[in-house]
Design a protein around this ligand. Structure first.
Ligand code: ZN
Length: 514
């Protein structure tokens, strides 16, 4: 059986080599490739993707998985071997369920839709993309139908990014969160907004980049096994566990955008850099879900990177880097500026408190569209209406409304957004668990030390790669299911100090300022 397992592993690693080559081509395309390279690059990526897919759905892999079943069943669930067979089978069955002709049709359609959207968004022209989006919805439902026996039609689509999470569970969790967040946003935005003019000065690019790199090197991002380059839409990519790269972009007239995005991507990258080497090149060798991945990026970006403790160490250093811009700005003013809460139109620019409202309305719309309860033609109006009730403003147009996110225009409808909010919810649960084990973590952060937190995340989350599903990981760490309480505690405690809120249950662990 060991020989058969080795044979399976060898095949998987070969496929992963092709996928890593494609990832490198994609990284190059998004960073340094001259525009002229686009046409050939699209073809090269399609070729590599097709060969990798063909190799994975090869019946020989199915036969190996069948032969390995008794061996898998003889091993403990958590063993590396059983986990490798289990997770590979899950991905294999998903891949063979979808006919290649459908995959080709789907990619062709989404490529065309993306082109139309890229022109329609600046022109505020929803009618131009409407027929394309209708076809996307049809194809998304067709895709779900390849996985019969689902409870909700979104479930098989959610499985692609957050395996095992059911729409019914997410809907209930989000409804609970929304009920608590809407009044919080109202209470905060009823007060005078924070003054963030100190961030809106000229901050030269070179110093911004250097400062960001200094911060993430201290977090523990390993520059010997990674690097940072510039791009339009920041992302993290991986060619092996020892080569995980991040990208960023710099706005010279807005401090924070580049730094927080760098911390965010470093959170994703540290997860990937610290998966056990034994999993390299196999389906276990990547982060387990989009939700857990976002929990890591947002933990470093928000819970750590926007905390008072973090800045009590780094703000004097930042003032040294930008003496003219920040030398006379009090830390309290700066802290309020980087944590400003406001009603805003764009999800990706939203603050910690309002962000999830942006995600939840998208998740609900996806479900309703898939169910047939919301027609594409009614989407812009539904968007405006939900914004009015949840966020308290109405987008002036569709450009900054239903046309703002690329997701539906470059992929399927279903399972595209829930990971962002699941990540926010889980990052508070994970951080609370880390604090229970190591109550000194906040004091360490205030000294610019991150080793204890890094080590805890590595031990409990990162090293496991995809061995455990999202729910299994949460259960192992917290002893229970995903819950919004630690997240609401975190928000109430932090924003209760920044704003006069009706309920301000300050917690001793977070004292030390104001
Ligand atoms: Zn992210």
């Amino acid at each position: 059986m060991e020989t058969k397992l080795q044979e399976l592993k060898n095949r998987l690693i070969e496929i992963n080599d092709l996928e890593s080559a494609a990832a490198l081509l994609h990284w190059d395309q998004s960073t340094y490739m001259p525009p002229g390279g686009a046409e050939a690059r699209a073809r090269q990526l399609a070729t590599l993707g097709r060969i990798a897919h063909e190799k994975f759905v090869d019946p020989a892999i199915g036969k190996l998985l069948d032969e390995l079943r008794p061996y898998e069943e003889s091993l403990p669930y958590e063993s590396d071997e059983a986990s490798l067979i289990r997770v590979t089978r899950r991905e294999y069955e998903r891949a063979v369920n979808v006919p290649p002709s459908f995959v080709a049709r789907f990619y062709e359609h989404t490529a065309r839709t993306y082109e139309v959207w890229a022109r329609a968004r600046p022109a505020n022209d929803f009618p131009a993309v409407r027929p394309y989006l209708e076809k996307t919805l049809d194809l998304s439902r067709e895709l779900a139908e390849f996985f019969p026996g689902y409870e909700h039609i979104a479930d098989p689509l959610i499985d692609y990014s957050d395996y095992g999470m059911k729409a019914s569970f997410i809907r209930e969790l989000f409804a609970e969160l929304r009920q608590r967040l809407v009044p919080l946003v109202q209470a905060i935005t009823a007060q005078p907004p924070a003054d963030d003019s100190c961030l809106r000065q000229h901050f030269p690019e070179a110093q911004q980049l250097a400062f960001g790199r200094e911060v993430i090197a201290r977090f523990g991002y390993d520059f010997n096994r990674g690097r940072e380059d510039k791009t339009h839409h920041p992302f993290t990519t991986k060619f092996s566990i020892d080569d995980v790269r991040i990208t960023t972009r710099v706005k010279e007239h807005l401090f924070g955008d580049a730094l927080f995005s760098t911390m965010h991507e470093a959170g994703h990258a540290m997860y990937e850099q610290n998966i056990r080497k034994e999993f390299e090149g196999t389906p276990l060798g990547g982060g387990t879900s989009s939700g857990v991945h976002e929990s890591q990026s947002r933990l470093w970006e928000n819970i750590v990177g926007r905390s008072w403790g973090f800045w009590s160490f780094f703000y004097p250093r930042l003032q040294e880097v930008f003496p003219q811009q920040l030398g006379a700005v009090e830390m309290d003013t700066f802290y309020r500026a980087i944590n400003k809460v406001e009603r805003s139109l764009i999800r990706t620019d939203a603050d910690e408190v309002t962000y999830n409202l942006h995600v939840m309305l998208r998740f609900d719309f996806e479900s309703q569209m898939l169910e047939g309860n919301l027609a594409i033609g009614d989407l812009p109006e539904a968007w405006h209406e939900r914004f009015r009730t949840d966020i308290g403003i109405v987008p002036p147009d569709d450009r900054d409304g239903v046309l703002q996110d690329v997701h539906w225009y470059a992929g399927r409808i279903g399972g595209s957004f829930q990971g962002y909010t699941l990540g926010n919810i889980m990052n508070a649960q994970f951080y609370a668990a880390a604090l229970r084990d190591h109550p000194q973590i906040p004091e360490e952060i205030a000294r610019g030390e991150f080793g204890t937190l890094f080590g805890w995340l590595k031990e409990h989350i990162w090293q496991h790669g995809s061995k455990f599903t999202t729910s299994e990981l949460v259960e192992r760490i917290t002893g229970g299911p995903i819950s919004i309480e630690p997240y609401m505690d975190y928000l109430r405690r932090k924003y209760g100090k920044l704003y006069a809120l009706p309920v301000n249950d300050a917690h001793p662990a977070d004292s030390g300022h104001r």
